[in-house]
Every structure is written in structure tokens, then in C-alpha cells.
Design a protein around this ligand. Structure first.
Ligand code: GLP
Length: 262
């Protein structure tokens, strides 16, 4: 794991955006895994800026989103289809046919999940996956005790996640769907690079457990300790509970030139 601690969410997100942009420039047909939530918003804004001002070209890029609520149609304001369209896709030159998000309205959910996995494999696998983290350590919607071998499937949200996400549903927990479709931990671990972004003090405990705690399915993001190319972008607040933060800063400040990428 590489731990990158920046002063604030903007600097952390811009550093992550540089890694994404470098991949797209080196490999114009890159396959990206994308996340929703408030965390990646600054990253997406920076990618939009790079598209407009620096010609970052998404015309051959393919994307797969991590997850979607079950029962929300694509045009529902809180669906992740809507989120992605409003916050990224409609501002860049990505082709609609290259965008993939699990279908929360699918009649045959197991078949829909299997098809999603096949589509990822068919695209050559995910080159770079963007991740946020839930306050309970979930990635995608892989809640605590999700199998590390899991693939795209239906999950039931924890009460904590329902409460956390109620802020997007007029603060009304009863409006938050209790089920979702999510890539599995196994799916996420197959991505060649994983970028996890976490900002703010609410994430500090989950970040410390993910980076310095035991690898355990009760803290799903901790599996990233086993990933060969996981970069964790933090602000000071999210890094506040790390015991070895001085060491991570030291490593980052002393990276050889050829390793500089964020
Ligand atoms: C949701 C998403 C996750 C996201 C998490 C954190 O539950 N399914 O992918 O990482 O929430 O959200 P936020 O970034 O708003 O804190």
C-alpha cells in the first residue's frame, strides 16, 4: 500500500486525478472502475477540467461503476446512474455504450450480476479502480463480513450505511433502499491499480483499521493490504489516527524521480 497524505481533500483528489489522467494518456482505451458518494466529486471535477482545458480524451475509455441501489430507476435522483451522469459523464466525451453501471431494476438479479462480471472480463479487466470507503470500512457496497472472494451480487446494507446515506434522501432513512448490487471484493481485487480516497475525520477510524489493522472481512477495505498496487489518498483529518503517518510522509517525500506519479 502507498499512503499519500495531503493537506486537504482538494490536494488529495487532484493527486489521484493525475494518476487517472496519466493512465488515460498512456492507454487511451483504459478501463476505469468508478465510485459514487461525496468523496470522488473533486476528483471528477478535476477530470472534467482536464478534459476541457487539457484535452484529456475519454472517447475510447470504458467505465464500470462499483454499485447501484436495487429498485431505483436510472432517472431517480439518488440512483448512481443519475449521479454519474450529472457529476461526470455528461461533462466529458465518453461514449454512452462504453459506460456500465449495475442495473438496480433488473428482473433477474443473479443473471444481471453474472453478465456484469462477463462484461468486465470481456473489456480486458479493470485497469484502475477508484474507491471511497464507508465509515464501517465498506468498499463499493461490500459491507463488513463480505467474502474476500465475492463477485458482483446483491447485498443488504447495514443500518449504519442506511443512516450514513440518508443525507442524500432528505435525511429520511425509510427512503434509502436496503439492497444494492455491488462488485465483489474479488472483483475489486482484480483491478490492476486501486486508488482509495478518504477525506474527513469521520473516515479516520476506518482508514487506520484498513491500513494498520489486521486483514479481516469485518473491515472489507483491509484486503487492499494484499493488493499489489493500492494507493490510499488521504487528507490530514482522515490520516489522524494512523500510527505510522510520519513514516508514510517520509516515504512519499523521498520517492525516487522515476516513481513520482501523484
Ligand atoms: C456509498 C458508496 C461507496 C462510497 C461510500 C462513502 O455507500 N456505495 O462506494 O465509498 O458510500 O460515501 P462518501 O464518499 O459519501 O462518504
Amino acid at each position: 500500500m502507498e499512503i499519500i497524505i495531503k493537506q486537504n481533500a482538494t490536494e488529495g483528489s487532484h493527486a489521484a486525478a493525475r494518476v487517472v489522467a496519466r493512465l488515460i494518456r498512456e492507454k487511451p482505451d483504459a478501463v476505469l472502475g468508478l465510485a459514487t458518494g461525496s468523496t470522488p466529486l473533486i476528483l471528477y471535477n478535476e477530470l472534467i477540467r482536464m478534459h476541457r482545458k487539457e484535452g484529456l480524451d475519454f472517447s475510447r475509455v470504458t467505465t464500470f461503476n462499483l454499485d447501484e441501489y436495487v429498485g431505483l430507476p436510472a432517472d431517480h435522483e439518488q440512483s448512481y446512474h443519475h449521479f454519474m451522469r450529472e457529476n461526470l459523464f455528461r461533462h466529458i466525451n465518453i461514449r454512452p455504450e462504453n459506460v456500465h453501471i449495475p442495473d438496480g431494476m433488473a428482473e433477474d438479479i443473479p443473471a444481471c450480476c453474472a453478465k456484469y462480471e462477463q462484461a468486465i472480463t470481456g473489456a480486458g479487466g479493470i485497469g484502475l479502480q477508484v474507491l471511497g470507503i464507508g465509515s464501517d470500512g465498506h468498499v463499493g457496497f461490500n459491507e463488513p463480513t463480505s467474502s474476500f472472494a465475492s463477485r458482483t451480487r446483491i447485498k443488504t446494507l447495514t443500518r449504519q450505511t442506511v443512516a450514513d446515506n440518508a443525507r442524500f434522501f432528505d435525511g429520511d432513512e425509510s427512503k434509502v433502499p436496503h439492497h444494492c448490487l455491488t462488485m465483489g471484493i474479488g472483483t475489486i481485487m482484480d483491478a490492476r491499480i486501486n486508488l482509495l480516497l478518504a477525506f474527513g475525520e469521520d473516515k479516520a477510524e476506518a482508514v487506520a483499521a484498513t491500513v494498520e489493522g489486521p486483514v479481516a472481512s469485518v473491515m472489507p477495505a483491509s484486503i487492499l493490504q494484499h493488493h499489489p498496487a493500492a494507493k490510499i489518498f488521504l487528507d490530514e483529518a482522515a490520516a489522524a489516527k494512523l500510527k505510522l503517518s510520519d513514516y508514510y510522509r517520509w516515504v512519499y517525500d523521498n520517492k525516487p524521480d522515476w516513481q513520482q506519479d501523484a
